[in-house]
Design a protein around this ligand. Structure first.
Ligand SMILES: *Cc1c(COP(=O)(O)O)cnc(C)c1O
Length: 427
């Protein structure tokens, strides 16, 4: 059991991991199983999961209800093409998404990853204006420090520095970037904060299809939490300048911030919204792009009369079935008080780190706790240090952060924050 399996060497020799070098000295840990909030490594060590597998595993791993949803669906069909055919899990999921998202979102386009749902959102915006005879409107406004995925159109609206736009400059569409909101989550926001967005819209309105942003929490681009007032005013500016608003809720959706969707902090509705990541509770890859009746009708009623996208694995039945089960599990649970409890556990465990000289800032919102350091961490040493502490925490750059599964117990949450305190204090 404990001896190094052969496949571990295959991984070393042949497999490219996310954002990694084939010559990296940063270790990759072999996992044999995961259950509840516990990840079991091949060598038998057990780690408490602080990452929810990148925002996804809301209910932890190996959940009996979600397992059953998958195995039940497997008996009927694991996959069927979505062109010309449909099935109950997809139709049911679409109805649920329409019901739980902001009111005017009425049409659901399924895809197989978050990045692709962003591509679909951008295409929808371009096709909408094209259908109205405004085919010059093909560019986008995005916020600095944003992250929207790794495919080319999605990448074009990611932060130009962290997204390495210079590397891809010959092929990447040049979009318009405005400063990341300086007004923080608990702060007010005035005209001054919105001035860069207003100016960009004033100058380039005729070319702009939409503003795309992550509502309230900017995730992989910096884990930055900004004021709901900014979002309120950004929505107003989109209306004033007659451009669409795309809300990328791929990271924030399904309760992570303390609201079911982060747009609810500002009480606004986007024209197009992307969901993914925790949509299936972390079981399968699935994403969706939602839009209004108005936009889907304008696209459908004008040439070419169709929306130009259709992934092979669109609305995969296994993924839709487990998404239905995961959303039901979430909504039937007392998730709000659970997230509030995690929020206070993260605050009491992490805020003290703000006093350390190497720490820039500590911030907590909902079930997200972030320790921002003054310098980037050395992954080669910090990653094993967390494993030695019995936790799975995966920092990036200057950020050490926690976003545990909602089912985590108070005791395990304390073990996570204790480990972060121990590791960060030792740096
Ligand atoms: C992760 C993420 C994406 C991309 O999703 P993938 O499934 O990795 O393609 C897009 N937008 C946001 C906000 C994300 O957090």
């Amino acid at each position: 059991m404990n001896k190094q399996a052969e496949w571990v060497n295959y991984d070393k020799d042949y497999v490219w991991h996310p954002y990694s070098s084939m010559n990296s000295e940063v270790p990759v840990f072999p996992v044999s199983s995961a259950s509840g909030v516990t990840i079991t490594l091949q060598d038998g060590r057990k780690l408490i999961d602080g990452m929810s597998s990148w925002w996804c595993a809301l209910h932890g791993y190996n959940h009996p209800v979600l397992n059953k949803a998958v195995t039940d669906q497997l008996q009927d069909m694991s996959h069927i093409m979505f062109g010309g055919l449909t099935h109950e899990p997809a139709a049911q999921l679409a109805a649920t998404l329409v019901e739980i998202t902001p009111e005017p979102l009425q049409t659901v386009f399924f895809s197989d990853s978050g990045s692709v749902s962003v591509e679909a959102a951008m295409k929808m915006a371009i096709q909408y204006w094209g259908a109205l005879g405004l085919s010059k409107r093909q560019r986008f406004v995005s916020l600095r420090s944003g992250y929207h995925g790794d495919t080319f159109a999605a990448m074009s609206v990611c932060d130009p520095v962290t997204g390495m736009h210079s590397l891809f400059s010959e092929t990447l569409t040049q979009q318009f970037f405005v400063e990341s909101p300086q007004c923080l989550f608990n702060e007010a926001c005035d005209e001054h904060d919105l001035a860069p967005l207003r100016k960009t819209l004033e100058q380039h309105q005729q070319q702009i299809a939409a503003v795309i942003l992550e509502p309230i929490v900017q995730g992989a681009g910096g884990m930055h939490f900004y004021s709901p007032e900014f979002l309120v005013k950004a929505r107003q500016l989109c209306d004033e300048f007659n451009v669409l608003l795309i809300a990328d809720e791929i990271a924030t959706g399904f309760g992570r911030t303390g609201k079911l969707f982060a747009c609810e902090f500002a009480n606004i509705s986007p024209d197009i919204m992307c969901v993914g990541k925790s949509l299936t509770g972390g079981y399968m890859t699935l994403a969706a792009t939602l839009t209004t009746d108005k936009i889907s009708q304008v696209i459908s009623q004008n040439p070419p009369g169709v929306f130009m996208h259709g992934p092979t694995f669109m609305a995969n039945p296994l993924a839709c079935a487990v998404a239905n089960a995961s959303i039901k599990l979430l909504l039937d649970s007392d998730w709000k008080s659970r997230v509030t409890k995690i929020e206070s556990g993260l605050k009491s465990g992490l805020l003290v780190l703000a006093d350390l000289p190497i720490v820039q800032n500590v911030r907590v919102l909902g079930a997200i706790g972030v320790v921002e350091l003054k310098q980037a961490v050395d992954m080669k040493t910090i990653q094993p240090a967390f494993v030695d502490q019995g936790v799975w925490v995966r920092p990036f750059g200057k950020l050490v952060y926690l976003m545990p599964p909602f089912i985590i117990s108070d005791i395990d949450l304390k073990k996570l924050t204790d480990a972060v305190r121990a590791v960060v204090s030792s740096l």
